[in-house]
Write a protein that binds this ligand. Sequence first.
Ligand SMILES: NC(=O)c1ccc[n+]([C@@H]2O[C@H](COP(=O)([O-])OP(=O)(O)OC[C@H]3O[C@@H](n4cnc5c(N)ncnc54)[C@H](OP(=O)(O)O)[C@@H]3O)[C@@H](O)[C@H]2O)c1
Length: 279
Amino acid sequence: MARACVIGWPVAHSRSPLIHRYWLQHYGIDGAYEKEAVRPEDFAGFVGALADHGYVGANVTLPHKEAALRLARTADAAAIAIGAANTLWLDGDGALHASNTDAYGFMTNLDAEAPAWNEGLGAAMVLGAGGAARAILYGLIKATDAKILLANRTWARAKSLAHRFGARVEVIDWETRNAALATCGLLVNTTSLGMTRQAPLDIDLGALPREAVVTDIVYNPLLTPLLVTAAKRGNPTVDGLGMLLHQAVPGFERWFGVRPEVTPALRAHVVASLKPEPA
Ligand SMILES: NC(=O)c1ccc[n+]([C@@H]2O[C@H](COP(=O)([O-])OP(=O)(O)OC[C@H]3O[C@@H](n4cnc5c(N)ncnc54)[C@H](OP(=O)(O)O)[C@@H]3O)[C@@H](O)[C@H]2O)c1
């Protein structure tokens, strides 16, 4: 029986088990997917003994994604460019390999939900410069020739992220984000604003063309205040849950040998878990 897990600290909130256990059952696979709460100081030891713990591979979530990349013998181009890994697997010789599937998840979902997002795209705006933004910039740079405007509350963090990706990414002041929307055909929120128990994203969509696609990678709530406002004014919108579902596909295939599908039934299964948390 193949076993995989998600490793995080904390890990209780992870929805990866919901997704992978759904697929295991759906495809009738004799496998298991567990949660492993591992402290940062114990991570290298845990991963070094992954096989002894009975695992063929793992997802890695905060705060271990950078360490996961460092510990792997090989890493794919996405993980190297992003500087972090979210998927690990052991080969037949016990060597550890790493991938980052966040960019794949984001782009696959965007292509599926808004297939025309890149047609006549003037510029794209990415809000936020944290770990998720790194993956999204990597995905966008590969998928489009359009200019990418990056705005973040902390300018220095945006600058350092843009530096990583070169001249294709132009940093703009956080305060100028509203006016800069006028040239944008795609708006991506990668900040944590809009999440349950967080303030909504403070943005005025007035200048944004009505045909511009608006997407939020926050998925709890599914309809963030940003997506609600955008939909009300007629912009096509894409929520963040699809990214989470699609990023899980390559890992499941590696560990369990079946390429799983992201279906409406899987989506409904995970949506059912997005109940508002008690205050
Ligand atoms: N859908 C998916 O599959 C998926 C995948 C990964 C992450 N996510 C979600 O994406 C969000 C970001 O994740 P992350 O790992 O990138 O987090 P992170 O590294 O902590 O980055 C957080 C970002 O939000 C910004 N921010 C936080 N509070 C702010 C405020 N009050 N005003 C303006 N900006 C603020 C930060 O700006 P500063 O730099 O100024 O602090 C930073 O750019 C989270 O909600 C996470 O759940 C979703």
